[in-house]
Design a binder for this molecule. Structure first.
Ligand SMILES: [Zn+2]
Length: 269
């Protein structure tokens, strides 16, 4: 197969990712951007994934990937030795030896104009979508989380069932009375416990998130905020699938796909 343009460099892909998911939107505790690699190297084969795991790293190695765009950062925590003793540094060692770069957009992706939380509410046909926690002074008025109005009032039970279908998952957990009518929905992909208060304050009836602790669930109930929990994996995996399509459209000379081997470690019976 021939292409009429050459493969992008890692720098060109990084520049594109920073343009669509500006790093100013990332949380201060986060570790985002190009985390591993030489940005002058080519990125002819690009894999997106939610997380660099032994499974997704093996796929990248076998498929001769040059750039992994992993939603979750690797490395995330600082380290003082790069050995194979612990999983994160073992994976880093393997990827670096194979010359595989890693870029992580993480919370910049969560909060961007076309980021995961925006997409989550668009999938539910919400209107008037706004950040749950606007970043003070942000030039585009962006920030973390999103809230919007559902197309029509619905019961929490019906809403949870609809979410289960849209996310194509075997079960959802929810907090709140199933027959309660909801109109305004918040979104906090991943672990959304820290958004309970903001969602309640901004008039949300329900917060859609991946996971929340028992105490966050109790706090939501105490604040009369319903929760719908789709699991951390499902709450973000669709975003990295869509990201692979965006990168492929932007760089037609590159081969781009979302990891085929990563999966939710949690199972249900
Ligand atoms: Zn996450």
């Amino acid at each position: 197969m021939s292409t009429n343009s050459s493969a992008p460099t890692i720098r060109e892909v990084s520049d594109y990712l920073r343009a669509i998911y500006p790093l100013r939107l990332a949380e201060t505790w986060d570790n985002v951007g190009l985390l591993v690699g030489d940005d002058s190297a080519p990125a002819a084969r690009i894999m997106t994934c939610l997380t660099v795991t032994p499974e997704s790293a093996d796929e990248a190695l076998e498929e001769q990937v040059q750039l992994i765009v992993a939603h979750h950062p690797l490395p995330f925590h600082s380290f003082k030795r790069l050995t194979t003793e612990l999983t994160p540094t073992r994976l880093l060692w393997q990827l670096a030896q194979a010359g595989i770069a890693v870029y992580s957009p993480h919370t910049a992706f969560d909060s961007a104009a076309e980021g995961i939380n925006q997409l989550a509410l668009e999938r539910l046909n919400c209107a008037g979508i706004q950040p749950l926690l606007p970043k003070p002074g942000d030039p585009e008025g962006l920030g973390a989380g999103r809230a919007g109005d559902l197309p029509s009032p619905t019961s929490l039970g019906e809403f949870a069932a609809r979410v289960k279908t849209i996310y194509d998952i075997p079960c959802v957990q929810f907090v709140g009375q199933a027959d309660r009518v909801i109109t305004r929905c918040g979104s906090a992909c991943g672990s959304g416990g820290s958004f309970v208060s903001a969602a309640a304050d901004s008039g949300c009836d329900v917060l859609l998130t991946g996971e929340a602790s028992f105490h966050d669930c109790l706090e939501a109930r105490a604040r009369n905020l319903a929760l719908v929990l789709v699991g951390h994996y499902a709450s973000e995996r669709f975003g990295v699938e869509q990201l692979a399509e965006r990168i492929a459209q932007q760089f037609p000379a590159a081969v781009v796909w979302p990891s085929r081997r990563e999966s939710d470690p949690l199972q249900t019976v």
